[in-house]
Design a protein around this ligand. Structure first.
Ligand code: NAD
Length: 344
């Protein structure tokens, strides 16, 4: 563990096994310097235990950075369950997971991530109160996507302000990859602001719906990278900025919701050299965790969420300005600010 390439002074890495339900889970707590560690639970059919451990270590560190940049009183943690989310789920599995979370006595607060639904978390809730992202309950925050999308829209404007000298999106062309929950709501905001949209998805119905609402032009999934647009907004998958796509981008800025957009951190510098301004993913997409933080606080307040979102956009502006004035890649500047906040 201590020699692992992804180990970054994590406070605790907890392994859980439940023979009866078949649960194999890792809960990694990266830092609780700013509050109890919060981050979703991912269910994934990993090839090896080593892959699972690496994911837990990296994702929990990412949550520390995201929460620090969102200025919420939460540290960073993440849970991963080894299994196929389509075939391996059972109520017993999630009860066992709930007991695992509860055994950490509030040091880690869980929620949904890839492969996990609200109904799974309702079962977890039967065993522990350290769970958020629920539909029911006094402070329930529900679907975080609309808040994430609002943040992404405001973040695109912050980025446009630096890339084009104005945050007016009227007449700008924006290529949106993925029009699911976050991408769809983001398109609505962008269309309302007068942007021309080019969209893609593998879900034909989602494409039709968003195009009908916004007048967006639809392109094939692989054609989105070289679409003639001003801004590329990745709202589907991670690792879309990579060796294969880098030279295809014609845009001046990349700003979208997807997590882990850069296949590796070095891509940030390569984007900078190409004159593409990149809004670091874990800063621009922090709206969702702000919404969850409101639930964790015990009283959900929309004003608090909007206030935090405004502060987050201010932070994004600072990251972009510092990167531009020092000729540094935006992702490195964001990482340094996040580490400073956690260290403090
Ligand atoms: P979602 O599943 O609702 O939407 C993703 C969309 O991408 C789907 O419509 C899917 O069909 C499409 N897609 C999948 N593969 C594709 C491909 N190869 N090409 C084009 N489209 C493809 O998910 P979401 O909740 O909207 O999240 C989108 C991204 O934003 C994810 O990376 C997620 O991790 C990140 N994110 C989401 C939130 C949130 O609040 N939901 C918060 C922070 C970050």
């Amino acid at each position: 563990m201590f020699d692992h390439a992804s180990f970054d002074a994590h406070e605790g890495v907890h392994l859980f096994h439940d023979a009866k339900s078949g649960l194999r889970a890792i809960i990694a707590i990266h830092s609780s310097a700013l509050g109890p560690a919060a981050g979703g639970c991912r269910m994934w059919d990993y090839e090896t235990g080593e892959d699972m451990l690496k994911d837990a270590l990296r994702l929990s560190q990412g949550m520390s950075y995201k929460n620090a940049m969102a200025d919420i009183p939460l540290g960073g943690g993440k849970a991963v369950i080894w299994g196929n989310a389509k075939t391996d789920k059972s109520p017993e599995l999630f009860r066992a997971f709930g007991r695992a979370v509860d055994s950490l006595q509030g040091k880690y607060i869980t929620a949904e991530d890839v492969g996990i639904s609200v109904s799974d978390m309702q079962i977890v809730r039967e065993e522990t109160r350290y769970v958020a992202g629920l539909d029911e309950g006094e402070a329930a925050s529900g679907d975080p996507s609309p808040v994430t999308a609002k943040g992404v829209y405001l973040g695109i404007r912050e980025t446009a302000k630096r890339a084009f000298g104005t945050d007016d999106l009227n007449g700008r062309t924006i290529a949106v990859q993925g029009v699911g929950h976050v991408g769809g709501y983001t398109c609505d905001h962008l269309a309302e602001a007068g942007a021309n949209l080019i969209i893609t998805d593998i879900d034909q119905q989602a494409l039709k719906d968003v195009s009908a609402r916004t007048g967006a032009r639809i392109v094939e999934p692989d054609d989105i990278y070289d679409a003639g647009a001003d801004i590329f907004a990745p709202c589907a998958l991670g690792a879309v900025v990579n060796e294969q796509t880098l030279d295809r981008f014609k845009v001046k800025a990349i700003a979208g919701a997807a997590n882990n957009q850069l296949v590796m951190p070095e891509m940030g510098e390569l984007l900078r050299r190409k004159g593409i301004l990149y809004a670091p993913d874990y800063v621009i997409n922090g709206g969702g965790i702000i919404n969850v933080a409101a639930e964790i606080s015990g009283t959900y307040s929309r004003e608090w969420v909007d206030g935090k979102l405004e502060t987050l956009m201010h932070t994004l502006g600072e990251v972009l300005d510092e990167a531009l004035s020092t000729d540094k890649p935006t992702n490195r500047v964001a990482d340094a600010i996040a580490r400073r906040r956690i260290g403090r």
